[in-house]
Write a protein that binds this ligand. Sequence first.
Ligand SMILES: NC(=O)c1ccc[n+]([C@@H]2O[C@H](COP(=O)([O-])OP(=O)(O)OC[C@H]3O[C@@H](n4cnc5c(N)ncnc54)[C@H](OP(=O)(O)O)[C@@H]3O)[C@@H](O)[C@H]2O)c1
Ligand SMILES: Cc1cc2nc3c(=O)[nH]c(=O)nc-3n(C[C@H](O)[C@H](O)[C@H](O)COP(=O)(O)O)c2cc1C
Length: 496
Amino acid sequence: MNKMTNILLGGLLMLSTLSANAAEAAKSIVVFFSHTGENYSVGVIQEGNTAKVAKEIARVTGADLWEIKEAEPYPVKYKPCIERAKKELQAKARPAFQGTAPDLSKYETVFLGYPNWWGEAPMVVYTFLEKAKTDGKAIYPFCTHEGSGLGSTARNLARAFPKAKIEQNGLAIYGHVAQKDADAVRKAVAEWLKGLALPKTASKGRVPTLKLNNGAEMPQFGIGTFNQGSDETCRRSVLAALRAGYRHIDTAHAYQDERGVGQAIREFCEESGVPRSEIWVTSKLWPTEYGEGVSAAAIDRMLKRLQLDYIDLLYVHQPAGDYLGAWKDMEKAVRQGKVRTLGVSDFDYDDHMLEDMVAAVAIKPAVLQIECHPYAQRLDIRKRAEKLGIQIETWFPLGGSGKGNQSLLNNEVVKDIAKSHGRTAVQVILRWHVQEGFSVIPGSKNPEHIKENIAIFDFELTDGDMERIRALNTESRYYIPRPEDLQRFLQFKPAE
Ligand SMILES: NC(=O)c1ccc[n+]([C@@H]2O[C@H](COP(=O)([O-])OP(=O)(O)OC[C@H]3O[C@@H](n4cnc5c(N)ncnc54)[C@H](OP(=O)(O)O)[C@@H]3O)[C@@H](O)[C@H]2O)c1
Ligand SMILES: Cc1cc2nc3c(=O)[nH]c(=O)nc-3n(C[C@H](O)[C@H](O)[C@H](O)COP(=O)(O)O)c2cc1C
């Protein structure tokens, strides 16, 4: 047991964790055609414009990716390429493609990408659609172009394949934008997907956001970094999480792993091109750095440890010491743009602390972080927070890393529900948190668990499942701080 566990949790036993396999299958596919070589407006390109958009859609939706490659390659040079394309278009040719078309019956959703070639998808795309089984399929077209937009391409496809459901609200992106501006592609794809009525299975990896009382949109699901043990372990876990699609990280000065968080964010943004602004970073001030004038300097040191120029959500970690003084500095940090949102953690010590705190401050807390899981559903504090317009974020969502975890993961009701959905017990518990409307931040050092935990946005618990889990509530918390614990918190100084 490490020192932090002792201090924060006062004696919970760490037991070995259970492993479970992620039950996950891609239910959507991105099929695309894209030409490399000499391009109309961006010179010779190694990766086609449409390919870039296709990869972004696959990244965001978790879809499989399949490229239609013509059997006889189109010429690299622009002029001979368009000459051949024109001939094929006029003849309504069906040029062959390489390999075997994927079995579309496995997929609920098909995203179909192509360059606009004179108001048509290239003829090889038609060859593909005729070979693949498209009857009854929902097909979402997207294209890149140099001025024509989607044009008549989607209408033409709908006419040619009347038994497929070809979405007419397709996505069109300028070719040179697709080639050079990854940020614009991300935004356009996100906007487009948001406006489509996609089946839930197509939104794997798309974590919903929660609108907070200050207008900020926080991803509902993230990874917590308590108990990572070192910056290096934390760096590896957070990097695995970001690569798996997480965009929300919950750390704290007291966890002594903020440097690992900052390093992982830096590496991930560099390798993926995802801007830092897409990642929600939470940290927490510890009581020994509370106080007006004291906390301002602590926030600056936190930013340095995280290697960031702002924090999305900053908590006062414990209701001990001069948290109102700290809050004044935190409000100042909001005005200075160093922090976006303020929150309170563990302000459930008695039945009026939260209300008293809210009444005393100028910027109201937007989030309350508390222990919550099926055995301690925290009905009273949830109601009180709701009245105050404060979002609940749940810690120990899986019962923590000790006995609670073992007990929850082996609960017969949870296991039974998991079996009925072909999911793991962990996924069912996390899905329960999401459907209760909580923000949830399970902790893990295991890359397989990290992937498994986020794969919960393509299924839903029924009302009956939710009721069965609600019935497990005995309000049995694993950690209830005593007055002496609050005193002890005032002695601990997390390492810089
Ligand atoms: N504000 C506060 O006072 C406070 C207190 C505690 C925690 N927190 C925050 O809340 C976060 C979550 O709490 P927590 O991490 O303590 O507890 P937790 O999320 O309830 O449970 C973490 C434990 O579950 C295991 N686990 C995770 N995914 C699993 C999977 N798919 N299958 C099997 N086991 C799995 C982990 O082991 P592996 O590493 O082997 O996956 C770890 O032992 C913390 O990380 C922290 O950010 C805040
Ligand atoms: C044969 C051919 C015909 C084209 N016709 C049009 C057109 O009618 N309208 C348009 O806006 N762009 C047209 N373009 C430009 C492409 O749509 C655009 O450069 C696209 O981004 C290329 O995507 P890719 O790199 O994925 O192949 C044409 C390009 C070629 C090669």
